[in-house]
Design a protein around this ligand. Structure first.
Ligand code: AMP
Length: 605
């Protein structure tokens, strides 16, 4: 295998227009097919890989055993390319997204190279969100299950500082953390960086997007000069390239471009409707949808709650993930979604970042995302692990103009979709019932003994009531249908009404759109319970609403749901925040830097 210092391995499917189901799916590693033996696999064409399984990378028996237990059979393309470089301790830049196996790509070699019995941390992994930090730490823990001596700790804002300090004092080998909390620990000297041999920067572009790049650079400046550095990013904006040029030494470069494929596995559709009909439309979409888990993206916490309430009232089992949900509850929610106890999650963008649940087959963009990157991120929650996914975008007539930008971002058309009418919904309901019945018949949930009892009940009931089996089966089916009528008969006249731009009474929800450039918008007063603040960062600093949301939400303890409308002007921006902000939060926000500029936040009224 060629392991020259600046190897560029590009795995990219041509935009050939082939239907997605015949293309090779690089994310399907570990399943029955090897990712390397498909006709579209650039790896097989390039003949870069000649080994099978995880032998040949110099991994210990303990690690090979762990991988076997986890059911990993074949390394993914990024792993095959990264293992040899990282086992040699080289710097590496990897362009890859979540779902490509990038965590194991850096974690496995690191686990093998960590020294035993060190009291100070040897490796630091920086992740943009606590969700991702936790996920990476969990994966590390799982991969290191055969290396009992290794201690891994996740440090992130919002979690108890003291217990993190206690762990750090006792000795930790790998620290996985968000930039803000890692900075705090370095400043307070509770994180000793003097023995750090490796730094991993995960989802670097996301750090940039959330306004953390200055913090990352600050951390880099506080690490030993002699160390290995690994940078992973889904995209490579100029700022990330600059960072990698500045801090990495002759890095190996690996590019795994599965984005186009991922997008193609996902069908994109959009429905135009007045804002006042969104809840009804959502209900209809969910009623007619046949598939696994669903994530509904809403812009604010208030909307997540409104949506969840409405769906619950219609009989759906719903979970909510927003910045207000405490960490332990978030973990439980994600778990319920993973194991199918809950099928519908209503979430804000910030709260759902890094969410990795394979069984999501539909993403509903209940509110249009504030930029195309956010759209790509949202839809990336479906079509995972080689499955197909669907994305449905809700827009009002004014928002139509954003659709082409989103189409360019995913390289695919976003087809227009009709709101499902009563007959569509009823067809789905009947199909679903049929499926449940077939499943119950094919794989009964009762034990043998229980089945015998049920059979006995059937025959005695038939005798006593003088019924035939069809009557009883019908009654049982009615039980399965439950108290709701089988057929949906909602008002559907509005569905066919033309949707015009100037519809009266339409609520505007494009809070994060191209805010501030129009005079009428800036004149609007903040919503009830909100106050308007001025921050000293604007277009000239290339700030985007996402930078402000990310920075304020993650760094100050204020939750994403608390952040209201954002308007960006040339040299400053206006941000709506809840009334009565505590002094300590205000102080943190005053000094908070976004796009390298202190916010110097002040109230406008
Ligand atoms: P990541 O891109 O690191 O988020 O990984 C995506 C998913 O793939 C995770 O659920 C991993 O556990 C899984 N995974 C990573 N490497 C392999 C492999 N070689 N074989 C099977 N599954 C894997």
């Amino acid at each position: 295998m060629d392991i020259s210092n600046s190897k560029i391995l590009s795995v990219e499917e041509e935009a050939s227009g082939k239907p997605s189901d015949v293309s090779v799916d690089f994310n399907e590693f570990g399943k029955d097919a090897s990712p390397h033996d498909g006709e579209n696999s650039a790896l097989s064409q390039k003949d870069v890989i000649d080994e099978s399984g995880f032998d040949g990378f110099g991994f210990s028996k303990a690690l090979l055993e762990t991988l076997k237990e986890k059911g990993y059979k074949t390394p993914s393309p990024i792993q095959t390319a990264a293992f040899p470089e990282l086992m040699l301790g080289r710097d590496l830049v990897g362009q890859a997204q979540t779902g490509t196996g990038k965590t194991a790509a850096f974690a496995l070699p690191l686990i093998e190279r960590l020294e035993q019995h060190q009291s100070r941390p040897q490796a630091l992994v920086l992740a943009p969100t606590r969700e991702l930090a936790l996920q990476v730490a969990d994966s590390f823990q799982a991969y290191a299950s055969g290396h009992k001596h290794l201690r891994i700790l996740a440090v992130y804002g919002g979690a108890d500082f003291r217990s993190q300090i206690n762990f750090l004092r006792k000795g930790v080998d790998v620290v996985v953390g968000t930039p803000g909390r890692v900075m705090d620990h370095i400043r307070q000297k509770t994180l000793d960086t003097s023995n750090l041999k490796t730094l991993i920067l995960d989802e670097a572009d996301e750090m940039l997007r959330m306004g953390f790049i200055d913090d990352v650079e600050w951390i880099l400046e506080h690490l030993p000069k002699e160390r290995q550095m690994v940078l992973f990013s889904a995209t490579m904006p100029a700022e990330i390239r600059r960072l990698s040029k500045r801090y990495l030494h002759s890095p190996a470069e690996i590019t795994i471009k599965t984005k186009a494929q991922e997008a193609r596995r996902i069908r994109h559709r959009c429905i135009t409707m007045p804002n006042s009909r969104k809840l009804e439309a959502l209900n209809r979409v969910l009623e007619s949808f046949v598939g696994d888990g669903v994530i509904v993206f809403a812009r604010t916490k208030v909307i997540t709650l409104d949506v969840a309430e409405s769906l619950e009232a219609s009989g759906h089992e719903v979970a909510v993930l927003n910045g207000d949900v405490p960490q332990n509850q978030r973990e439980r929610t994600v778990e319920s979604l993973k194991n199918g106890r809950v099928n519908i999650l209503v979430a804000t963008d910030v709260a759902a970042r890094g969410l990795d649940v394979d069984r999501i087959s539909l993403v509903v963009n209940y509110d249009i995302p504030f930029d195309s990157e956010a759209y790509v991120h949202r839809i990336g929650r479906t079509g995972r692990a080689g499955r197909k996914g669907e994305a449905i975008l809700f827009i009002n007539p004014r928002e139509r103009r954003f659709v082409s930008t989103l189409e360019r971002a995913v390289g695919q058309p976003i087809e227009a979709m009709e709101i499902p009418n009563n007959s569509d919904i009823n067809e789905s309901r009947i199909n679903r019932l049929r499926e449940r019945l077939t499943l119950a018949f094919k794989s009964p949930l009762t034990t043998k003994e229980e089945t015998e009892i049920l059979k006995e009940m059937l025959s005695s009931l038939a005798q006593e009531e003088n019924l035939n089996l069809e009557d009883i089966a019908l009654a049982a089916l009615q039980l399965a249908v439950g108290p709701r009528p089988l057929l949906f008969n909602g008002d559907e006249k509005w569905i066919d009404e033309p949707v015009s731009r100037g519809r009266r009474g339409e609520r505007r929800q494009d809070r994060y759109g191209s805010g501030g450039r129009r005079a009428d918008r800036s004149a609007r007063a903040p919503e009830e319970n909100m106050e308007r603040f001025r921050v000293e960062v604007g277009y000239r600093d290339r700030v985007k609403p996402g930078n402000l949301v990310g920075a304020i939400a993650n760094e100050s303890g204020l939750h994403g749901r608390m952040i209201g409308r954002i308007q960006i002007f040339d040299t400053h921006s206006l941000v709506d925040l809840p009334k009565g902000m505590p002094d300590d939060v205000f102080k943190v926000l005053k000094k908070l830097k976004v796009m390298n500029r202190e916010l110097q936040i002040q109230k406008t009224t």
